[in-house]
Design a protein around this ligand. Sequence first.
Ligand SMILES: [Zn+2]
Length: 147
Amino acid sequence: MMKTEIRYSWIYDVLLNKHDFGFPLEEYKGLQEKCKPFEELYKKYIRKIIKLIEGETKRKEWAYKFIPIYIVKVKPENEDNKWKGFADPLTLKYIEDSTPERMLKTLIHELIHLNLDNEEQIKRGAEKNEEIVSALTDKVWGKLNIK
Ligand SMILES: [Zn+2]
């Protein structure tokens, strides 16, 4: 089974914050504290999520055998756009007024990108591909029966 692990990287946060080396370490440590509810949800559901994704896409192969999941914080003033996450390297943005459930849904979305054939995703074009990934995300999410 494909394996995942949640990670935090201060230097990654610094880079995403436009080389802001003043990115406070306390803020970074606070991030891990704030992400505990998400980590609990993650631990509870990740195996089920992986199986459900493989079931929906009918693909057992993943882009990688092991996928680290980076949780980052971008300060509002360094925010370029409204991205919530991306697939490679798998990165989830901690958003203050979001919820652990929404973060988990973003994780499912990004994992699906890493389960689908990359060439096919490129051929489809971004817009069509996002439609397909979002529909698959909703299907997996629906089967988790969270709330
Ligand atoms: Zn996407």
